[in-house]
Design a protein around this ligand. Structure first.
Ligand SMILES: [Ca+2]
Length: 136
């Protein structure tokens, strides 16, 4: 079938029929977690969480949000220190996506993923010169 050269496929599904995180979303979330786990210890501490918050929402988490993360998502074995493991990070996004999928999509865009949950390469000069620019 003839069509436009650049068809836009439907956005990737975030939750499957059982309301579970799809493999595509899980892969994106794991990549995001790894990006913000600056010291690579497998946890997001408060400093790393705040870097994530600023990148996603332009502001740090307030104390209420930190309290919720501590209560519901942080690793129990690390309390009272807030240490968010990747499983807790998944749970956090699972809940958010169930209640507000658009918010998760907005976060993913902010964090450099397209509708297909593929990383968007933006800032390397090589890619910029290789890709022909198109006016829209
Ligand atoms: Ca860390």
């Amino acid at each position: 079938m003839a069509g436009p050269a650049h068809r836009r496929p439907a956005p990737a599904v975030l939750l499957d029929d059982n309301d579970e995180i799809t493999p595509a979303l899980e892969a994106a979330l794991r990549a995001i977690f790894a990006r913000f786990d600056a010291d690579k210890d497998g946890y997001l501490n408060v400093t790393e969480l705040q870097a994530f918050a600023v990148a996603t929402n332009d502001r740090e988490f307030d104390q209420d949000t930190l309290d919720q993360i501590q209560e519901f998502f942080a690793d129990d074995a690390k309390l009272p220190e807030i240490m968010l493991a990747v499983d807790g990070f998944m749970d956090m996004y699972h809940l958010q996506t169930q209640s507000d999928e658009a918010e998760t999509r907005k976060d993913l865009h902010r964090l450099g993923f397209d509708d297909q949950l593929k990383p968007v390469v933006t800032s390397t000069p090589a890619a910029a010169t290789a890709a022909p620019s198109s006016s829209s």
